[in-house]
Design a protein around this ligand. Structure first.
Ligand code: UDP
Ligand code: MG
Length: 170
């Protein structure tokens, strides 16, 4: 079995329902390492890139709104993003997360316990979990910069930026 990394998001419904602690407790049963963690206000661009494989689905617009937390607005329009690492991490974390459809998910899984289907038909399933190693790599590189992960997991290179404006503490 291989050591894998994956992206896990606590989606805006998980934030609004104050489920962060419950979700992290359930995930911790797998005894994996968190090697990156942050809170993110999701832009339309990030939402659409994250779910690009579903762009032809009729619910794509609503899905992009959902991950941006648009239905909830301030202060719930954010996600918590984590990179987990562990043995056979993707399959094991997806099992703890449960099936995509919260009504079909094992009731003891995160999605089975806390998810719902909205009246518009969107599966609000409180967590995102990468589905395979190549998707995990794409998603981790989309959501995190190399310096935001405490371990070097993918090759990096140094580039020199000129005339870059950056916000720093006063
Ligand atoms: N989704 C939905 N309706 C569907 C399929 C998916 O609302 O019929 C949403 C749901 O929030 C899901 C996300 O789109 O988590 C991404 O779908 P995917 O098929 O990748 O499922 P996942 O990998 O999240 O289990
Ligand atoms: Mg998926």
């Amino acid at each position: 079995m291989a050591i894998e990394q994956l992206l896990i998001l606590i989606k805006p419904d998980g934030i609004k329902k104050s489920l962060t602690g419950n979700i992290l407790t359930k995930l911790s049963e797998a005894r994996m390492l968190i090697i990156g963690a942050k809170t993110v206000k999701v832009s339309k661009e990030l939402a659409e890139q994250h779910y690009y494989q579903l762009k032809d689905k009729p619910f794509f617009g609503e899905l992009a709104d959902y991950i941006q937390g648009k239905v909830y607005g301030e202060p719930w329009d954010r996600v918590l993003a984590f990179v987990y690492q562990g043995e056979d991490a993707i399959a094991r974390m997806r099992k703890i997360a449960g099936a995509t459809n919260p009504e079909e998910a094992d009731p003891v899984s995160i999605r089975g316990a806390y998810g719902r289907i909205t009246t518009k038909g969107v599966y609000e399933n409180v967590v995102h979990c990468s589905s395979d190693p190549s998707e995990a790599e794409r998603e981790i590189k989309l959501w995190f910069k190399p310096e935001e992960i405490v371990k070097s997991i993918y090759p990096t290179k140094k580039i020199v930026l000129e005339k870059e404006t950056k916000e720093v503490w006063v």
